[in-house]
Design a protein around this ligand. Structure first.
Ligand SMILES: [Zn+2]
Length: 64
């Protein structure tokens, strides 16, 4: 935890910067920090992060 990874945008060869995104899923509101290219705006979303979050939500719904 707390480690910083640096990613370079394939298109621009620019270092991607941390950016907070907000999204909703199943009527729930989330915030998450992702890496985004400051030049073209491409966002890097690790698949495992998305899937992990989604399964967390589904699990909490099942518990009710
Ligand atoms: Zn870019």
């Amino acid at each position: 935890m707390g480690e910083k990874s640096t990613l370079i945008c394939d298109t621009c060869q620019e270092e991607m910067k941390e950016f907070e995104v907000q999204f909703t899923y199943l009527n729930k509101f989330f915030r998450h920090k992702v890496l985004r290219c400051p030049v073209c705006g491409q966002v890097y979303l690790p698949e495992e992060l998305v899937e992990g979050r989604m399964s967390e939500v589904e699990k909490s719904l099942e518990d009710k």
